[in-house]
Design a protein around this ligand. Structure first.
Ligand code: TYM
Length: 350
């Protein structure tokens, strides 16, 4: 049966890219699925070891999940470090994954920067922990932004190699299930992860440069709308967003080669739960002087209830802490089931 899993790092403030690429999709998926949403605090120390307030950041991501509308009673909201099985499975995956696979990870190359020798071993192994996050629950569907696609392909490669390397042991254990991968029948312990990346804004771009991803680490705060920005700030940032001098096209093809226009239309569509084509049918032929104020109104009306609720939740941390504790306990019970099978298959004596 399908199981949705996704994670968000507690590093810096959440922005519109995180909201549209991930959190809004988390909310949409919860009606028909069993969902687990995780604040990945162990991933947060891979790029920067010491944080001013990792605990506060962890709470604030959890608050954003709840404020956006995730039901933590029906589903599971927790932070990664409360379930040590993630790290345990990640170690096994470190022995499954090949160095050559890790060397191809573009996010590692970006984050490690020029002096790769000085990057932490944890940053290098990051995708292996991410695969463990999902597979320790035998998660099947993972809503993420486009930038996580390569990591999810790696998770599939790791799952596949584990299934094949341990095929005989999995069969002998009786724990596997028959799946098909491509045309190939596999008796698998781990399912093949399906990324859920679609939608009008899989990759929200910087408001200052339509060729760069909107990111927490961009030095210009004008490049992004933060989830905690007030209405006035949102308005200022969108009004100042870079555009070209032309008006909006009436059809999708007219957005080709116009990254800034494409980005703003995608943001509008995602916020309104419409398609880009539909937005262009309404605004085609209009100038940005008309479109931008409409986008400001829409962004403020969608984001401010989330922002307000997030602020309210952050005032009483005991509520958020209780949600995370309860979620962690429920998650751990599930992880324990998978790990019992994995230890048996690998041959770890208990
Ligand atoms: P993180 O914390 O960088 O980002 C959280 C989510 O936001 C999405 N995102 C974007 N989507 C669209 N446009 C953007 N500009 C943009 N920026 C960020 C990300 O794709 C992500 O979905 N490695 C993950 C966290 C993680 C994870 C996992 C995710 C750890 N374990 C297991 C899924 C499953 C990350 O760093 O996301």
């Amino acid at each position: 049966q399908p199981r949705v899993f996704s994670g968000v790092q507690p590093t810096g403030n959440l922005h519109l890219g995180n909201y549209l690429g991930a959190i809004r999709k988390f909310v949409a998926l919860q009606d028909n699925n069993d969902c687990m949403y995780c604040v990945v605090d162990m991933h947060a120390i891979t790029a920067q070891l010491v944080h001013d307030d990792l605990i506060g950041q962890t709470r604030s991501i959890a608050a954003a999940f709840i404020a956006a509308g995730i039901d933590a009673k029906k589903h599971i909201v927790f932070n990664q470090s409360t379930v040590p099985e993630h790290a345990e499975l990640a170690w096994i995956f470190n022995c499954v994954a090949r160095i050559g696979w890790m060397n191809r990870m573009t996010q590692f190359k970006d984050k490690a920067g020029k002096d790769r020798e000085q990057a932490s071993l944890g940053l290098y192994a990051y995708p292996s922990l991410m695969a463990a996050d999902i597979l320790v629950y035998r998660g099947t569907h993972v809503p993420v932004g486009d930038d996580q696609k390569q990591h999810l392909e790696l998770a599939r490669d790791i799952a596949m190699k584990f299934n094949l390397d341990f095929a005989d042991k999995i069969r002998a254990s009786g724990h596997g299930v028959d799946i098909t991968v491509g045309d190939e029948p596999v008796h698998a312990l781990f399912p093949m992860v399906e990324p859920l990346i679609d939608g009008p804004a899989p990759r929200v771009m910087s408001l200052r440069d339509g060729t760069k991803k909107m990111s927490k680490s961009d030095p210009s705060d004008l490049s992004r709308v933060n989830l905690l920005d007030d209405a006035e700030t949102i308005s200022k940032k969108i009004r100042k967003a870079k555009t070209d001098p032309d008006g909006l096209p009436s059809e999708l093809a007219g957005l080709a080669g116009r990254p800034e226009a494409d980005n703003l239309v995608g943001i509008f569509a995602a916020l309104a739960d419409r398609t880009k084509a539909d937005v262009l049918a309404e605004f085609g032929g209009q100038q940005f002087s008309v479109f931008k104020p409409a986008l400001v109104d829409l962004a403020v009306s969608v984001l401010s209830p989330v922002t307000e609720e997030m602020r309210r939740l952050m005032q009483d941390t005991s509520h958020i802490d209780a949600i995370l504790k309860d979620g962690g306990e429920r998650a751990r019970a599930r992880a324990a089931q998978t790990m019992a099978m994995v230890r048996e298959v690998v041959g770890f004596l208990r």
